[in-house]
Design a protein around this ligand. Structure first.
Ligand SMILES: C[S@@+](CC[C@H](N)C(=O)[O-])C[C@H]1O[C@@H](n2cnc3c(N)ncnc32)[C@H](O)[C@@H]1O
Length: 188
């Protein structure tokens, strides 16, 4: 099976807070660990942690160094292998430029949200499109109360929400990432 050319970005700005205000969220280290493992499992090419806060990029850099060179690299090499996918960028433009430098073309963007909205593509349709696409794609995951309307609107595609069995729909971004990657790339 040819693995599609998919990158993932975890966005900490611009995102919404519970009042709908645009904010910058903090980086949660467990998100970085768990989403990196999911990305590694499903053949994602790179996992970008996006934050404009220098101190938070520094924090993630220290975690990565521990698992790449420190005690963690021998204690748990599987985790270290997954974290090898992690890249740090200040903003989404930086992510796009980095992918363009690696792949020779800008990625197309697919956004995710728990909110119902317009112009959504089903997982089945987008899975087929991704498999056939000659271009790299960048999957956006939000934090806080999710990606802003501007980011959702500017994406080339917006996936429909992952839905459960009732009206409760409050997945963590880590859980949502695993479900979404399995629907788009899983072989089981
Ligand atoms: C804590 S959730 C934010 C929930 C927010 N209400 C929203 O509009 O997406 C953080 C991120 O996880 C992902 N996510 C969470 N639940 C999801 C769902 N049911 N469907 C798709 N993505 C989801 C999205 O990337 C979202 O931005």
């Amino acid at each position: 099976m040819t693995v599609p050319d998919l990158y993932v970005a975890l966005v900490h700005h611009p995102v919404l807070d519970k009042h709908g205000t645009i904010v910058t969220t903090s980086v949660t280290v467990i998100d970085v660990h768990d989403i990196a493992r999911s990305c590694r499992t499903y053949g994602v090419r790179g996992f970008y942690v996006v934050t404009p806060v220098d101190a938070l990029r520094g924090l993630v850099r220290r975690v990565l160094r521990h698992w790449d060179e420190g005690f963690g690299s021998t204690y748990n090499p599987n985790r270290s292998e997954a974290l090898g996918l992690v890249r740090l960028e200040r903003d989404l433009e930086g992510v796009q430029i980095d992918i363009e430098a690696a792949r020779g073309r800008l990625p197309r963007v697919v956004a995710t949200s728990a909110r119902e909205g317009d112009a959504r593509v089903s997982y089945a349709d987008f899975r087929d499109e991704l498999a056939a696409s000659p271009e790299p794609w960048l999957l956006l995951l939000g934090t806080g109360w999710g990606l802003t309307d501007d980011v959702l609107r500017s994406a080339d595609r917006r996936l429909e929400p992952v839905r459960g069995t009732g009206s409760y729909n409050h997945l963590s971004v880590r859980a949502a990432a695993a479900v979404i990657l399995d629907r788009l790339l899983g072989s089981g």
